[in-house]
Write a protein that binds this ligand. Structure first.
Ligand SMILES: [Zn+2]
Ligand SMILES: [Zn+2]
Length: 95
């Protein structure tokens, strides 16, 4: 499990960032949530777009993976599209 270095917080990006949840690239000046974690001695930052944040704490997402393993980049969108009985037009349009 990664160690949390800074509590997730909202920022206005100063350069372009890829969203960890959906792998869309957002230009600078976008409001995103940043997560600063540490794993295997390395500090890294994850950025989440507004849309993925809406999914972040939803119960269906927990059902899609074992919490200990965590999510990989882009999986949030994939899971959103694959979860049975769930339709999210926004994630679908991102393919
Ligand atoms: Zn996203
Ligand atoms: Zn979605």
């Amino acid at each position: 499990m990664p160690e949390v270095i800074e509590a997730p917080h909202e920022i206005i990006t100063r350069k372009g960032h890829i969203c960890f949840g959906c792998e869309e690239i957002y230009p600078k000046g976008t409001k995103m949530e940043v997560h600063v974690n540490k794993e295997d001695g390395e500090i890294y930052r994850l950025y989440l777009c507004k849309h993925c944040l809406e999914h972040w704490d939803e119960p269906w997402l927990d059902a899609m993976y074992y919490v200990d393993e965590g999510l990989s980049q882009g999986e949030l969108k994939t899971f959103c599209n694959e979860y049975k009985g769930r339709t999210c037009e926004e994630c679908k349009s991102r393919g």
